[in-house]
Design a protein around this ligand. Sequence first.
Ligand code: GLN
Length: 191
Amino acid sequence: MLTIGILAIQGAFIEHEKRLKGLKINTFEIRQLSDLTKDMDGLILPGGESTAMKRLLVDLGMFESLKRRIIEGLPTFGICAGLILLAEDIMHENPHFGLLHISLARNFYGRQKDSFKTIGDTENQKIPMTFIRAPKIMSIKKDVTPIAWYQGDIVGVKQNHILGTTFHPELDRSNVIYDIFIQMIKDKKNR
Ligand code: GLN
């Protein structure tokens, strides 16, 4: 059975726990430094508020250890604020982990569209997508592969063992994005 650690200091972590349980995946909450020594096959950085999450990670003394785990190859899925934490370039701001080779603009969608549900594309099928004060991916480098699109914009990316979406797959029924992440974890384990 696979075990995924979910960063649980701020934001939308409970929804991921429920979804992964439904997919027969073990989860545990990462709340303090000692949780990072536990065995895990994958890591979820949930949506929330990236600046608050960053501050808490630093205050709790977890930031560098978490970054090291990701650099060492732990399969990692960042959602919205989690994706912002991973990004190499954030417009008008300093990056946080700075590991994923994308450039993004925070809170890109205007007020009326603060949050919205829509239908977007993945490689093989259309899926529901929920955006909440989402960032927009402005550009990607060559080693980054798009995996999801909304009206032609890239809204999901993969770079080696790192996956990220600007939308919240935990809030819709489709398992397509979770399946991609679980497959990444299995590929890594079998290597
Ligand atoms: N607007 C948030 C940020 O900039 C992200 C929103 C989300 O995670 N749903 O961190």
